[in-house]
Ligand binder design. Sequence first.
Ligand SMILES: NC(=O)c1ccc[n+]([C@@H]2O[C@H](COP(=O)([O-])OP(=O)(O)OC[C@H]3O[C@@H](n4cnc5c(N)ncnc54)[C@H](O)[C@@H]3O)[C@@H](O)[C@H]2O)c1
Length: 264
Amino acid sequence: MAQEGQLSADSLAVLEQLVPVAAKARRVFVFTGAGVSAESGIPTFRDAQTGLWAKYDPVMLASIDGFRKDPANVWKWYDERRQTMSRCQPNPGHHAITDWQGLLKGLDGRLDLATQNIDDLHRIAGTEELIELHGNIWEVRPLGSEFQEAFRLMDCPLSEHPPRHIDGSTLRPNVVWFGEMLDEAVLNHAFQCAMKADLALSIGTSSLVYPAAALPFVAREHGATLVEINPERTELTAAADYVLQEPSALALPALVAGIRRICG
Ligand SMILES: NC(=O)c1ccc[n+]([C@@H]2O[C@H](COP(=O)([O-])OP(=O)(O)OC[C@H]3O[C@@H](n4cnc5c(N)ncnc54)[C@H](O)[C@@H]3O)[C@@H](O)[C@H]2O)c1
């Protein structure tokens, strides 16, 4: 469990203001990105040293054109990521969100979590009704089919690249690639949740990938108090009411512990 003492003096001062506000919120919207899984050992996209994009051509590995050109190579890369992710566990940040969701449920409130992550860690941590904006790396669907046809394929490593459906057709990862639209129903649901929130948190995302990055801004426009948790400044920072410039595995447990002290 993270210690509040590890937080900077600035962050402790922010928390002192934020905790009473957050403890009053009954409709919370949480939006997460790759940073929330960084402390679980999963590299973020834009991390210059360890980021996946530093080593690979993103368009060839995460686009339908790249897949059509070389499905075996794309699947080799996804299989490698699946193997990395299978060794990773949720961190205290993931667990704190689950804890807060449970606390709010008991208070007739609600916490909705929309993630850009495809790594399944929020679900493994026990968060319910997870909104996965960019799909899930453990799901596949036949090439050319809709999101609704996705199913889980947990073999790790895979026995062949690309894996095949029972009818022999090629399967693709059920993730949103460059140039592809998000699942409209999933995206609309996320916007509805953002619009109804009285408190919104943007955690571990560079706030650059649209349309998902619009969610915290929309929550703010509809009256939510906006919190950002990220060690770096982002496109969203100036619009946030409270900014915790900290790793999420440190800041989230401290925030939720503070809320529990008031509500719990
Ligand atoms: N874990 C995953 O599933 C995973 C991993 C890599 C990329 N992605 C995909 O990356 C795309 C890019 O968007 P993004 O904004 O999510 O990622 P990003 O790589 O663009 O940004 C990561 C953000 O996390 C911040 N960060 C780094 N360490 C952190 C920590 N310990 N605590 C909190 N924040 C931290 C960084 O400062 C940065 O702003 C998304 O489409 C997503 O699907 C997902």
